[in-house]
Ligand binder design. Sequence first.
Ligand code: C5P
Length: 238
Amino acid sequence: MSDDRLIVALDVPNAIEGLQLARQLGDAVSFYKIGLGMLTGGGLGLANELKDEMGKRIFLDMKLFDIGATVEAAVRGLARFNHDFLTVHGDPHVVRAAAEGAAGSATKILAVTILTSLDRGDLDENCIKPGSMTDLVQERAGRALESGADGVICSPFEAAAIRALPQSKGKLIVTPGVRPAGADKGDQKRVLTPAQTIANGADHIVVGRPIWTAADPAAAARTILAEMNSPQARQPNH
Ligand code: C5P
């Protein structure tokens, strides 16, 4: 039985390679993330095929940001496909519009807090107020959840702080930046293992390269699933 707490990021260039990978992974994986990199490579078609033909769950990682009316229209259009998750930036006006656009569909809106690739210097450059990254992420997460987000995207290091917020009760925490022990980090700077991330309160973990670059992707996925179900993954804060 596959465990839908593991979401595999299909960061391959096009739908043909994505479908090949999903076939290789077979029953080991039931949830896929499709992002902007595949937008021009048939990403939406692949999402629909994985959902409708193969019964997979789908996370569309579009990180939408615009004026409210445009976000609402974009989300309404995408929500017709009833994919499971759709990301928008966590600004309250964006989240409110997205929640409106998704109303009546099965699509859950996940808010991006602060991109994990940004550091304090980047925030200064963007005129973002002073404060530690963790405090700002926690504040943005709280506001996004109050504005109607069904959950948030954050790094494994911030999951516990967000899980501790009263606003996160019953909401989803989804975390990329996860690496099995000994795996190559790629460009991820701050990573935790699958077990540590689940223990910090994450509901789903997103893993890409450690699976899709592996010689045997299904075996790599099974190793991660085993780690997620190990005693180290107990969730003290959940
Ligand atoms: O290959 P890797 O496991 O690093 O893939 C992580 C996925 O999560 C990628 O699709 C990446 O774009 C996405 N992501 C991330 N950090 C964020 C938001 C999304 O790594 N803050």
